[in-house]
Design a protein around this ligand. Structure first.
Ligand code: HEM
Length: 422
């Protein structure tokens, strides 16, 4: 495998443990992997003052922690830390909203609500969505026909998951830009830029969530009256712990689906298209053997995990490596680092589409295993498979790839490509 890196910047990891070896630098936004390596080699269980959390970078530790149901995923404290300290009660509705997300719930409430949503996303249910997703991929690619250059991120990768979520929630296709805008702003808050403006982001959150509430609440009430076959209808009819979900709970989980399913999948698709350009021999392999796409999708997920860390809070003291973790302390489970750990993956920095087995940590496992894993895989396979079939000779049409300003997730801002016009 060759990494032909079009102008891949060389990044040198920092050397200061007090600064988490440079993990929160702009260089790490561009390429976090040398920083993860330094952390893993020097201090695989590292306390970061900046994050106020332990950073865990070895594969085995990440895998074990992801599967532990005794750790909490509650984000209340983390969310408060994303908001201005002065007059913080102004933002209590923001924190209350996110604490209604299944993603941030523990124990019985989590398990019941998850079981319910899982029914809509079993492998069989997702297989039934295949023709719809295929149609969406074809429509998007058809819409780009005749253009010799376009943005494979904004015009393709970022559109598909929003359209799929719109189909799943039963929303009008015309609301695509609105849903995407909200999901982008919310994920910017949840994933936090490297140098956040807490006051501006808090104000934006208040306005955003108000506008979303105005959009979703009437829709939710209408589905209570007249349920359909969509996921909102499933949520309003469901009972969790013997009670119906409130309108605000249904709204929160609609928002969660749009953020958790929209942002991650677009990163997976666009980063896969970028990775194939860095490893042209792998692109040639996929073009020659399209049937490799299922295996290839796992390698895309390993190589560039859209969500780079999971967050847990200790509910009891325990020991990890040579460190003592105390009740209430936060752990950042570094998915992106685990996926490049040479103790688990041979040549971890190489894209190898036939890597097998490929036990990456990108979708988690155990009690918090990604609810949308089947859907994410289907979207990734159909999107990248469909794109490469339509444009086998696509090329990156920029000298510099720009990533969004954050280290907790990997997200491009654009992916200009040139293709042979048809
Ligand atoms: C490539 C795309 C995706 C990636 C990389 C991804 C990643 C993840 C990860 C790592 C987790 C586990 C978090 C943890 O252990 O704390 C997770 C959970 C979750 N994901 Fe995804 N996800 C993707 C797509 C989706 C989609 C399409 C949906 C919605 C349909 C979705 C909804 C969720 C939800 C609701 C959870 C919480 C599950 C729980 O706590 O039990 N994800 N995802």
């Amino acid at each position: 495998m060759t990494d032909t890196a079009f102008r891949m910047r060389t990044v040198a990891a920092g050397d200061d443990p007090a600064d988490s070896f440079g993990l929160f630098s702009r260089d790490a936004v561009y390429d976090p992997y040398p920083f993860y390596q330094r952390l893993r080699e020097r201090e695989p269980v590292h306390w970061s003052e900046r994050a106020g959390a332990w950073l865990i970078t070895r594969y085995q530790d990440v895998f074990d922690l992801q599967g532990r149901a005794d750790l909490s995923v509650d984000r209340t404290e983390t969310l408060w830390s994303y908001l201005p300290r002065a007059g913080r009660e102004r933002f209590s509705s923001v924190v209350a909203h996110y604490t209604r997300w299944l993603l941030y719930r523990d124990d019985a409430y989590h398990d019941r609500l998850k079981a319910l949503l899982m029914r809509a996303l079993t492998p069989r249910a997702v297989e039934l969505l295949r023709p719809r997703i295929e149609r969406r991929v074809t429509e998007l690619l058809d819409g780009l026909d005749g253009r010799e250059q376009f943005d494979a991120y904004l015009d393709f990768a970022a559109r598909l998951p929003v359209l799929v979520m719109i189909d799943l929630l039963g929303l009008p296709s015309a609301d695509e830009s609105l849903i995407r805008h909200w999901s982008d702003r919310n994920s910017n808050f949840l994933f936090q830029p490297v140098t956040p403006d807490f006051e501006a982001m808090g104000a934006e959150q208040l306005a955003n969530l108000d506008a979303q509430e105005d959009y979703f609440l009437p829709l939710i009430r209408a589905r209570r009256e007249r349920p359909g076959a969509d996921l909102i209808s499933a949520m309003v009819q469901a009972e969790v712990d013997g009670e119906r979900l409130t309108d605000l709970e249904v709204f929160a989980n609609c928002n969660m689906m749009a953020v958790a399913g929209g942002g991650t999948s677009r990163s997976a698709i666009s980063l896969a298209l970028l990775a194939l350009q860095r490893f042209p021999d792998q692109l040639a392999k996929l073009v020659a053997t399209p049937g490799l796409i299922n295996l290839a999708a796992e390698e895309f997920l390993r190589f560039e995990a859209p969500t780079q860390r999971g967050i847990r809070t200790a509910r009891a003291d325990f020991t990890l490596g040579d460190k003592h973790i105390r009740t209430g302390e936060v752990l950042h489970v570094m998915i992106g680092a685990a996926n490049r750990d040479p103790a688990m993956f041979a040549d971890p920095h190489c894209l190898d589409l036939v890597r097998n087995p490929n036990r990456h940590t990108t979708l988690g496992h155990g009690v918090h295993y990604c609810l949308g894993a089947n859907l994410a895989r289907m979207e990734l396979r159909l999107a990248v498979g469909g794109f490469v079939k339509r444009h086998p000779r696509y090329r990156i049409a920029t000298d510099e790839i720009v990533y969004m300003d954050r280290t907790a997730s990997r997200r491009l801002t654009a992916l200009p490509v040139s293709v042979d016009g048809r």
